[in-house]
Ligand binder design. Structure first.
Ligand SMILES: Cc1cc2nc3c(=O)[nH]c(=O)nc-3n(C[C@H](O)[C@H](O)[C@H](O)COP(=O)(O)OP(=O)(O)OC[C@H]3O[C@@H](n4cnc5c(N)ncnc54)[C@H](O)[C@@H]3O)c2cc1C
Length: 387
């Protein structure tokens, strides 16, 4: 056998093989945990090996080395507020749109499923803002990227390291009109788990969840607070106090390939890499902003050209990789796989209340709980008194 099935659980699910297969004999199907894996029509497959050549895990993809590193934030505070970190993604994307370009990235569809879409205007771009902590469906997107590139449109593609590398492998060559922005990622839970979670959460809130923001800044600024909305209610709380989010932050529910992710280091597949600048308070105290700070790695000359264009709309300070990796572990290594990962998805198709309250049960640290109950204004006052 010389096809994509040899990868087994190392497959990252980018979907590149399906889109590249010259005989169209690969399709993606959902496994029992809700992750997409390739299935090959053995009668049609000729073992040509194209799928392996186009796979970011099985092939070598060009990567940046020795990036220039910055702490950065968008000058437009409202747009940064609506973004996860400092809003640098929006700034890059807006520049592409202003030049007649198209921006590919992850959005929620009408059912709150994370899917990669093409944004052609500001309204569509807003759907890409914000981190969705679940694996995005990229089926068909690399073909659409190539179509736009072949029409000579400026194209920005954004996604996790494996999705960015998947695009590079799929295209197999450089395009002057393409910029790839990869985001630092510590792993992705399955779409099925998120779907079940939304049902569970909706049940708790007494209505269907109509919007979900993993990184809402409304309550506490730049932190790990979610905002869930139904037609009648809004609820925001600290991620560690929620079963889905807690399991995500503790690396319990990731796709198997995430625990061996070859892109969880500082040699990045994107021209530019975006992340939260966790630890900026220590590295650059004067630059800390409760509205969010982005970490930017400029990996290639193309990335540098794009970054230079942002000078007018962003504020930044130079930083170093050594400073950046202190609290951004996934720029050094993949997330560790806990033993509970073996069975964490068992029961996902059963009673959802039972599943989330037992399988994904967690103990909130009482000290953290107390800390998170103190209103932000009071916290700032206490800090001032202390100093
Ligand atoms: C699953 C996941 C794990 C992450 N883990 C880390 C981490 O460990 N450390 C860290 O510093 N940063 C992490 N990030 C990145 C961080 O949360 C921000 O996405 C990043 O800093 C960009 O923020 P922004 O303010 O520039 O833009 P935003 O406006 O927040 O931009 C969102 C960008 O993220 C992309 N995106 C959103 N959800 C997904 C998804 N599910 N799959 C692929 N792309 C997506 C969009 O296409 C867009 O490009 C993670 C993001 C995701 C989605």
């Amino acid at each position: 056998m010389n096809n994509i099935l040899t990868l087994g659980k190392s497959c990252c699910g980018c979907g590149g093989c399906e889109q590249a297969c010259p005989r169209h004999c690969i399709s993606f199907i959902t496994d029992e945990e809700g992750f997409l894996y390739p299935s090959v029509d053995a009668n049609a497959c000729t073992d040509c090996g194209v799928c392996l050549k186009k796979c970011p895990i099985a092939s070598d993809v060009p990567r940046g080395k020795d990036p220039a590193v910055y702490a950065a934030k968008l000058n437009d505070r409202q747009t940064a507020f609506q973004s996860t970190s400092g809003g640098v993604f929006y700034a890059i994307a807006a520049d592409f749109l202003a030049h007649g370009g198209v921006v590919f990235g992850c959005a929620y569809d009408d059912d709150l499923k994370a899917v990669h879409i093409a944004a052609h205007n500001e309204r569509e771009l807003k759907r890409l803002q914000g981190s969705k902590y679940v694996q995005s469906d990229t089926r068909g997107v690399y073909r659409r990227v190539k179509e736009a590139l072949d029409q000579s449109k400026p194209v920005l593609f954004s996604g996790t390291g494996c999705q960015a590398a998947g695009l590079r492998a799929f295209l197999g060559r450089e395009y002057d009109n393409l910029l790839i922005a990869d985001i630092v990622c510590h792993g992705v839970p399955s779409p099925l788990l998120f779907e079940k979670y939304l049902q569970y959460k909706g049940g708790k809130m007494g209505g269907k969840i109509t919007a979900y923001n993993f990184r809402s800044k409304a309550k506490r600024g730049w932190d790990l607070y979610y905002m869930a909305e139904t037609a009648r209610k809004k609820q925001s709380d600290y991620g560690f106090f929620d079963p889905y989010y807690n399991a995500f932050l503790n690396c319990k529910t990731y796709r198997e390939s995430c625990y061996q992710c070859p892109f969880a280091n500082s040699e990045r597949p994107g021209d530019i890499t975006l992340a939260d600048y966790w630890g900026v308070q220590k590295a650059h105290p004067e630059f800390y902003d409760s509205n969010g700070v982005s970490l930017v790695l400029v990996n290639t000359p193309k990335g540098e050209a794009a970054w230079e264009k942002l000078r007018k709309v962003t504020t930044s300070v130079p930083s170093t990789l050594e400073q950046a990796v202190v609290l951004n572990k996934n720029l050094r290594e993949p997330s560790a796989r806990p033993d509970c990962r073996d069975t964490i998805y068992e029961g996902i198709d059963g009673d959802i209340n039972e599943y989330f309250s037992s399988k994904l049960a967690f103990k909130a640290n009482p000290k953290t709980k107390l800390k998170k109950m103190i209103p932000t204004g009071l916290k700032d006052k206490l800090k001032k008194i202390k100093s």
